[in-house]
Ligand binder design. Structure first.
Ligand SMILES: Cc1ncc(COP(=O)(O)O)c(C=O)c1O
Length: 345
């Protein structure tokens, strides 16, 4: 049975996306125009935060957000090693020092205990990652008294205790890479925050460190969400909550139809409403699925941090992502489970 890992098609939205692209093409406004402004307002309202700053991708969003929060060269930033490489890369490029903490292999997320063990007086930010769409315990992390920047790249549409992922920390970052829960048609990202000063600094940094294109007060970045991507995101954002329902229904089907007999099923962090960007189970071996982050960040050659992270090693060794997406059918779920059971794909 040939079920794609990312079982999502935008085909039903193609006409509306084409209309949106056409509107931008005819407008003559391609960078920082009305579509970006409108999307920033709509996404901030959706999340329940005061500000959204559209940027070029989720990696730039992290770098810009860290700097906007006041993190500078030499400062320590606590983050998991079990994440996509970009989480750490974004800190290293601006001179900060990632300090890796462990994860709970049951949820794939950091815990208050693992973060606390890594915090020192030099820690200037904590970056929990809402990995695979599960929501890290941000409220508890904020009690540690260090600014929390949520890496919500994989968690658009997730919630914890009734609050959207991205609205819990001092700031949060998103990626709109095409495989993400809320995709655009290329690269895109955002910094979101309810702190007026952080939002203002992020706006300045995304445009070469300038407020007015004449005076340059910072060395920043050329990192903007463009009008075409913003127009596409405005078509798709109203669909997000319905898509998350479909992802959650597919997760329930895996459980109901007996996947738990063959693998350890993903566990939601207490209070969280998982968005299932990826549906990731654990097993010593499985004939189907894709292992993510088999070499965690702290063991990548460019980082090579000497730290002992048993939960991370366990998660890296045993995880298998199975097909998930808004189009996954119950028959396909059955097929995946049968393949897990039989050893065939
Ligand atoms: C957890 C995490 N952080 C950051 C990023 C970086 O996002 P982008 O690919 O848009 O730069 C990604 C996306 O791939 C991600 O999964």
């Amino acid at each position: 049975m040939d079920v794609p890992l990312f079982a999502t098609s935008l085909q039903p939205y193609h006409d509306r996306l084409s209309e949106a692209i056409d509107r931008v093409a005819r407008s003559g406004r391609y960078i920082l125009g009305p579509e970006v402004e409108a999307f920033e307002r709509e996404f901030a309202d959706y999340l329940g935060v005061r500000h959204c700053v559209g940027v070029a991708n989720g990696t730039d969003a992290l770098t810009i957000a860290l700097r906007a929060l006041g993190v500078g060269p030499g400062d320590e930033v606590v983050m998991p090693s079990f994440t996509f490489y970009a989480t750490a890369e974004a800190a290293v490029v601006m001179g900060a020092r990632p300090v890796f903490c462990d994860v709970d292999p049951g949820t794939f997320c950091v815990t208050p205990e693992t973060v606390k063990a890594a915090v020192t007086p030099r820690t200037k930010a904590i970056v929990p990652v809402h990995l695979f769409g599960n929501v890290a315990p941000v409220e508890e992390l904020r009690e540690l008294g260090v600014p929390v920047l949520e890496d919500a790249a994989q968690a658009a549409g997730a919630e914890r205790n009734g609050v959207k992922a991205g609205a819990m920390g001092e700031a949060a970052t998103f990626s709109f890479f095409p495989s993400k829960n809320l995709p655009c048609l290329g690269d895109g990202g955002a910094v979101v925050t309810s702190d007026d000063a952080v939002a203002e600094r992020a706006r300045v940094l995304r445009f070469h460190g300038s407020r007015d294109k004449a005076t340059f007060t910072d060395v920043g970045y050329n990192s903007r969400l463009d009008e075409v991507q913003a127009a596409a995101l405005r078509v798709l954002l109203p669909e997000l909550d319905g898509w998350i329902e479909r992802r959650r229904a597919a997760a329930r089907a895996y459980e109901r139809l007996g996947l738990g007999e063959h693998a350890t099923l993903p566990r939601e962090v207490d209070g969280s409403r998982h968005a299932y960007h990826l549906y990731v189970v654990r097993a010593d071996s499985l004939p189907v699925g894709r292992g993510y982050y088999r070499v965690p960040v702290h063991r990548q050659p460019a980082i090579a941090a000497d730290v002992d992270l048993p939960g991370t090693e366990e998660a890296a060794r045993t995880n298998f992502a199975l097909p998930m997406g808004i189009d996954l059918t119950e028959a396909e779920v059955r097929g995946v489970i049968e393949a897990c059971a039989s050893g065939s794909t």
